[in-house]
Design a protein around this ligand. Structure first.
Ligand SMILES: NC(=O)c1ccc[n+]([C@@H]2O[C@H](COP(=O)([O-])OP(=O)(O)OC[C@H]3O[C@@H](n4cnc5c(N)ncnc54)[C@H](O)[C@@H]3O)[C@@H](O)[C@H]2O)c1
Length: 383
């Protein structure tokens, strides 16, 4: 028997810098070079940055077609991917050219997936403009769309060529989207870095209130640390051959919550609720103290993130846990905190029976009411 052994090395750069769209910046010229590029963005991002982008492209002398598409969670579908591929064809994107996703996590997911399929794969540059995008969705290898009522059901692992992000883009982000992004920062802080968690406790509210401008001295270090932690986790396991992933904290029950709420809950909000429930499970199983759980719920509450919702029911959580087992090679691998900045796994599905799920839902409601001083279910429904 003959064997063909193929290996594929990869690596990509994540550049976080101010002034990417400044006409004097070399960022776009370096990124695109002499290739043809199709850049896909959303109406909101185009409204804020379309003019600056066109001006920057003209100054850089790059050959770019700009397309504006409504890419939100409802449109995160294969149809959207096919739409981007059709656009790429219509503007003459060839094998050596590049697709660029300029927007939130939905945009970079859809454009990345389109780039990985179009002509069997062309280069992709991500320019994430949301906080979720800058610290999470835009910087990994994964891309996915929703299908058949399942969150992120179809997708791929394909590294982008480059991630180009500018923290000043966060200044136009709606407060709700900033809060949602903080859920991913709290996630990575909770599992890896107590100091980052403390920083979020200290300045998170101010950053939300000031549209990520104040305290100014913290903006770049906070983003850099969040990205660095995420990249460290991804570097060890880029293609998820190991299905025990600390970065899955908050990502076991949240996909079902997003779908159940018909995307009324944002990704970050669903992650926040999942983290609160997972934390309560950890308290019950004796992995984390009640005082530490108070801090987690308190920081989420202070950031304006929900920790409870009427969409979270025991049957829904049980079904989500079953789906996680199917997705994670037969193990539950629920990530639970073991302190602030450290986490472990609940590996077996039968460790979280219906009684425990029932109890954790009641406990997270009680904790939320105690920590926030208001009824628990109202804020999430009112979002
Ligand atoms: N691929 C991955 O590894 C990964 C990881 C985490 C999340 N995700 C996905 O990311 C998505 C969530 O990302 P998101 O929160 O960015 O959602 P999103 O893409 O829907 O963006 C949120 C909103 O913010 C707007 N927006 C974005 N940047 C803006 C800016 N600078 N100024 C003003 N408005 C701006 C968008 O137009 C949109 O209305 C989910 O679909 C989630 O599944 C993917």
């Amino acid at each position: 028997m003959t064997e063909l052994h193929c290996e594929r090395a990869f690596g990509f750069r994540i550049c976080l810098e101010r002034g990417v769209l400044d006409p004097a910046s070399p960022a776009l010229a370096r990124a695109i070079g002499d290739r043809r590029a199709l850049i896909v963005t959303t109406p909101t991002v185009a409204m804020h940055y379309g003019t600056a982008f066109r001006r920057a492209c003209a100054a850089a002398g790059v050959d770019v077609a700009l397309a504006v598409r409504s890419l939100d969670e409802q449109h995160k579908t294969m149809d959207a991917v096919m739409g981007v591929a059709a656009l790429a064809r219509s503007v003459g994107i060839g094998r050596r050219d590049v697709l660029i996703g300029f927007g939130g996590g939905v945009t970079t997911d859809v454009v990345s997936l389109a780039a990985s399929l179009y002509r069997r794969g062309v280069a992709c540059i991500r320019m994430p403009t949301s906080l979720v995008g800058q610290v999470d969705a835009g910087i990994g290898l994964k891309s996915a769309v929703n299908a058949g009522g399942v969150k992120s059901a179809l997708g791929r692992f394909d590294p982008p060529e480059l991630v180009l992000e500018d923290p000043t883009w966060l200044t136009t982000l709606p407060a709700r989207a900033t809060r949602s992004g903080f859920a991913e920062i709290v996630k990575i802080a909770m599992v890896r870095d107590a100091a980052l968690f403390e920083l979020v406790e200290l300045v998170g509210c101010s950053l939300v209130a000031s549209q990520f401008t104040k305290p100014e001295a913290v903006v770049l270090p906070l983003l850099e640390r969040s990205i660095e932690l995420m990249v460290t986790e991804l570097r060890q396991n880029p293609f998820e051959e190991c299905l025990e992933r600390l970065v899955d904290f908050g990502h076991t029950f949240s996909p079902a919550l997003e779908i159940e709420s018909a995307h009324v809950l944002t990704h970050g909000e669903a992650v926040a609720i999942d983290m609160a429930i997972s934390t309560e499970i950890a308290v019950i199983l004796g992995h984390v103290t009640s005082a530490e759980a108070d801090r987690i719920v308190a920081v989420l509450h202070a950031l304006g993130l929900p920790t409870t919702t009427a969409w979270a029911t025991t049957p829904l959580l049980a079904a989500a846990a079953d789906a996680a087992v199917a997705h994670r090679g037969g193990a539950l691998n629920l990530v639970v905190p073991t302190g602030i900045g450290t986490a472990g796994f609940v590996r077996e599905r039968d460790e979280i029976g219906s009684d425990l799920l029932d109890f954790s839902l009641a406990a997270v409601t009680a904790r939320t009411e105690r920590v926030s001083g208001r009824p628990a279910h109202v804020p999430a429904r009112a979002l």
